[in-house]
Ligand binder design. Structure first.
Ligand code: PGA
Length: 261
């Protein structure tokens, strides 16, 4: 199967796994993992632990697993209680960050405009940004999926043509599929991913559209990932629940390797 952009498996741990569990996770993962999984440079892995475990993860993760933060502020320093900044993350050697996850939008007042500010600032500081978009159940049921994605892509995604090095990674995460066990079918996922690719083509040109990875997220498991990765426009997965155990994260990586062929 052709996977021109390779496959990225990213595990979002959300508010789970302190430093002790993080250490255990990586010690188990290192026993399971075959380094040749990453030899072709087409499979990429990223683990996104809570802030308190970033340092431990960075120390314990094998070199082929990137470590990312779940959120970071657009300012580099200042009076922003509870936030992390690019320079604080860089001090730990972290260079990947998530932006605009639907849980941040839903529970913490994140808007398209703040997501864009975060993404632009962090990209400017050299980070790789996984930027999440996706519709709610009622938006899908009322036929507004494309309208919502159009708005989110137009308002939250920085000028992609400035980042042709794959540093902007989009994650399509239908909100109704996150943590619910209701995965989008491969047909539903491919339909939206194809639409996103087309949108990027129209707005940014063919080259950017072809180079920008688009992950799928929402109840991905080792059982359903194969059929999702078979979709031509799905370039990997952003996984919550099924990324918490080393065994299951490893199974997702194996699936990624298999999909590359
Ligand atoms: P889930 O979470 O895999 O547990 O549905 C995905 C996500 O929120 O990124």
């Amino acid at each position: 199967m052709k996977k021109p952009r390779g496959i990225l498996i990213a595990g979002n741990w959300k508010m789970n796994q302190g430093p002790r569990e993080t250490e255990q996770f990586f010690s188990q993962l290192k026993q399971m993992i075959r380094p040749d999984l990453f030899q072709k440079d087409l499979l990429k892995a990223c683990v996104i632990p809570p802030a308190v475990s970033l340092e431990k993860a960075k120390k314990e993760a094998p070199s082929y697993v990137q470590i990312g933060a779940q959120n970071a502020h657009w300012e580099k320093k200042g009076a922003f209680t509870g936030e992390l900044s690019g320079p604080l993350l860089q001090e730990l050697g972290i260079s990947w960050v998530l932006a605009g996850h639907s849980e941040r939008r839903q529970y913490f007042g994140e808007t398209d405009s703040t997501v864009r500010k975060r993404a632009e600032s962090l990209l400017g500081q050299g980070f790789r940004v996984i930027l999440c978009i996706g519709e709610t159940r009622s938006e899908r049921e009322s036929g507004k999926t494309e309208e919502v994605l159009d708005r989110q892509l137009s308002e939250t995604v920085p000028n992609l043509n400035s980042y042709l090095d794959g540093r902007v990674i989009l994650a399509y995460e239908p909100v109704w599929a996150i943590g619910t066990g209701l995965t989008a079918t491969p047909e539903q996922a491919e339909q939206v991913h194809h639409w996103i690719r087309n949108f990027l083509h129209q707005k940014t040109g063919l080259k950017t559209a072809e180079q920008t990875p688009v992950l799928y997220g929402g109840s991905v498991t080792p059982e359903n990932i194969d059929s999702l990765l078979k979709c031509p426009n799905v370039d990997g997965a952003l996984v919550g629940g099924a990324s918490l155990k080393a065994e299951s994260f490893y199974a997702l990586l194996e699936a990624g390797y298999k999909a590359i062929g």
